[in-house]
Design a protein around this ligand. Structure first.
Ligand code: ASP
Ligand code: MG
Length: 409
């Protein structure tokens, strides 16, 4: 009998009706002879609603209590799901994070899973029960409830699949799988049958929202095949797996974009050792993640330094950097929050020259100006004006022939 871990996201369990549908689907899989561990997210909108409740009291709720509060969202969905399964005449047991022995570190709101003791789950499975585990939560070493960060149920599912040595981790969501581009931007975007962990990691970090990036890291580390598929159809989705030769032949697998980017330039920075540290130290200390950084070669001992942060951190970063710029005698600081990052990802880039120039050509044909470029072994990202994001995505999708065959974007 195969052991399968299935995870259903918030929209898949967004109402009692939908929870019943999920229960039917799980039972069906059991009837086919599988053993099932089912991880659920909170019903759609519930985590936000819980956070908002706490904000009615204070702008900065106590992190420990916020985790206790947020964890209730998943408690509701797993219990309703177990009630649904049982009402169909099948045995099921819901387990919260601590009951499933999901041990994490002590960082409230962003805890990492350290270890899962699967004894309890295995015992329930051995007693022929379907096991429903609350996603997104665990317990720290002193017994406090922790949560894994927004979107963390994917990670719960993959971590469980790894610990239980499940044959696959099926992530059920509201889309059919991973696409060559966002289908709402590119009407001819194609669903990918397979994609490698590496590519998926890049896609997730560059703006694709389907899978939480930590879950992909976990899957890669422990070699867990992930099947991303729709909970509303029976269609096969996308397998996220170890790369193979076949995949390397594909130059570009997907185009992604991220509008949550803002650019800051410090003009005429005195070019001397330690300057980058002086500029970025206060930014890093404020917990702000800097994405792309570009420094020009200096002329007469002065250089320009440009970098990007998320739009939410734009104003704060600008304030911090303006302070440093004064101290170090830079000329001025410029900021632009109306930018976006458009990226192409593909394993085939490793062995093929010319991918970058094809990307630049496609953008230039649409008269889209590129203001920053960054590359890794399997991705190329360009910063463009935000208003051209969709145009850029479609142009790249077409230039690399990613659409359904015979169709134009
Ligand atoms: N319910 C949590 C959230 O909304 C975790 C998840 O859905 O994955 O972020
Ligand atoms: Mg999610």
């Amino acid at each position: 009998m195969a052991l399968i871990v299935q995870k259903y996201g918030g929209t898949s369990v967004g109402s009692v009706e939908k929870i019943k549908t999920v229960a039917e689907r799980v039972v069906e899989s059991c009837e086919r002879g599988n053993r099932l561990v089912v991880v659920l997210s909170a019903m759609a909108g519930q985590t936000d609603a819980l956070i908002n409740l706490s904000r009615e009291i204070t702008e900065s709720p106590d992190p420990r209590e916020l985790d206790v509060l947020m964890a209730t969202g998943e408690q509701v969905s797993v219990s309703l799901f177990a009630i649904a399964v049982k009402s169909m005449g099948y045995d099921c047991r819901s387990l919260l994070g601590f009951q499933a022995d999901i041990h994490t570190d002590q960082i409230y709101g962003k805890a990492r899973i350290k270890e899962i003791d699967t004894h309890r789950i295995v015992k329930e499975l051995d007693e022929d029960r379907i096991v429903a585990v609350a996603g997104f939560q665990g317990i720290d070493k002193t017994g406090n409830i922790t949560t894994l960060g927004r979107g963390g149920s994917d990670t719960t599912a993959v971590a469980l699949a790894a610990s239980l040595k499940a044959s696959v981790c099926e992530i059920f969501t509201d889309v059919d799988g991973i696409f060559s581009a966002d289908p709402s931007v590119c009407t001819h975007a194609r669903k990918l049958d397979r994609i490698s962990y590496e590519e998926m990691l890049e896609l997730a970090s560059l703006g694709a929202k389907v899978l939480d990036i930590r879950s992909v890291e976990f899957a890669k580390k422990f070699n867990v095949p992930i099947h991303v598929r729709s909970s509303f159809t029976r269609n096969e989705g996308t397998m996220v797996v170890v790369e193979d030769r076949e995949m390397e032949r594909v130059l570009v697998s997907g185009v992604v974009f991220d509008k949550d980017e803002a650019r800051i330039t410090i003009v005429k920075v005195p070019d001397r050792p330690g300057i980058a540290f002086e500029i970025f130290d206060p930014v890093f200390k404020a917990g702000i993640v800097v994405d792309m950084i570009i420094q020009n070669p200096s002329a007469q001992g002065l250089t320009d330094l440009t970098f990007t942060v998320t739009k939410t951190h734009f104003q704060e970063t600008l304030r911090l950097v303006r302070g440093v710029a004064k101290e170090i005698g830079a000329e001025k600081v410029l900021g632009d929050p109306d930018i976006a990052k458009v990226s192409i990802v593909g394993l085939g880039m490793r062995n093929h020259a010319g991918v970058a120039s094809k990307m630049f050509e496609a953008l230039s044909k649409e008269s889209i100006n590129i203001s920053m470029i960054s590359t890794s072994e399997i991705k190329i990202s360009c910063v463009v004006e935000e208003k051209y994001t969709e145009l850029a995505v479609r142009a790249l999708h077409e230039a690399f022939g990613l659409g359904n065959e015979g169709e134009k974007n």
